[in-house]
Design a protein around this ligand. Structure first.
Ligand code: BEZ
Length: 254
């Protein structure tokens, strides 16, 4: 089963569980920054299959997860979590959360002011917005290779690039403009081992980039991207790394 979010990305819970397990596993630092308390009500924005949502619930807080992708929500429900479908650009909550948490999701939401306004609305005064996402320079090599291959195959067409990777200055300015006081804002290079390799990473996350190509051409195009990336992202032992750069921040609703 598969599902679509607003970016056109096909989200499949089975592929995600197989090839992107490291995403929630690397979420401990942002969980520590959240430091959920037992009596708190927390919104997990872009909860995916609910691995971190469950971790927050396990610490005693009451958690609601939202995600745009029905397939991921179904996987989260199987964990017994309370989740609902919502577009992160139009969150339907009003002053009801002590904290909004998000891991590896905000970079799929390309209209940040709508997202931040919805988070602000969802929080009580004094509530926290604590998140980690792709930041400026994230997947730079992967992005360049995708653009190179797609431009060669579809000259004069814009590339369907689904990501927003803000610089800390950009995101801090937007948070302040929406009524947040920024407490912490860090850009952290984090090359990340891809245990199952680059080809399946592309298969899991870049469907919307290749979607304009005829289906018969997509595998070949992805193979060309892998080829371009090998000198930069494959090490001497044949292991693949994604050139991740994390933006991690904490802000308080004033
Ligand atoms: C990220 O976590 O930075 C990411 C994951 C998949 C696609 C693009 C970026």
């Amino acid at each position: 089963m598969s599902s679509l979010d607003g970016s056109g990305q096909v989200w499949r819970a089975d592929l995600y569980a197989q090839h992107a397990r490291f995403v929630p596993e690397l979420g401990q630092a942002v969980l520590d920054l959240l430091a959920p308390r037992i009596d708190e009500r927390i919104l997990d924005l872009g909860c995916g299959d609910g691995r971190l949502t469950a971790a927050i619930a396990g610490l005693g807080a009451t958690v609601v997860g939202v995600d745009a992708a029905p397939d991921m929500l179904a996987a989260a429900r199987e964990r017994g979590l309370t989740v609902q479908q919502a577009d992160g650009h139009a969150l339907p909550f009003d002053g009801e959360f002590d904290a909004v948490f998000s891991n590896a999701a905000l970079h799929w939401m390309t209209r940040p002011d709508e997202v931040i306004a919805g988070v602000h609305r969802a929080l009580r005064p004094g509530g926290r917005f604590v998140a980690e996402c792709g930041g400026h320079g994230n997947t730079a090599a992967i992005r360049v290779a995708l653009h190179a291959v797609m431009r060669q195959r579809r000259p004069y067409h814009p590339v369907n690039d689904p990501w927003y990777y803000p610089h800390p200055d950009d995101y801090a300015r937007r948070l302040a403009a929406h009524g947040f006081e920024v407490r912490e804002m860090q850009l952290i290079p984090r090359p990340t081992l891809l245990p199952t390799g680059m080809a399946v990473w592309l298969e899991t996350f870049t469907g919307s980039v290749f979607a304009p190509l005829p289906p018969a051409e997509r595998k070949e195009a992805a193979a060309a991207v892998v080829d371009l990336l090998a000198p930069a992202l494959r090490d001497t032992e044949g292991r693949w790394f994604a050139d991740y750069v994390r933006l991690r921040f904490s802000a308080v609703r004033t």
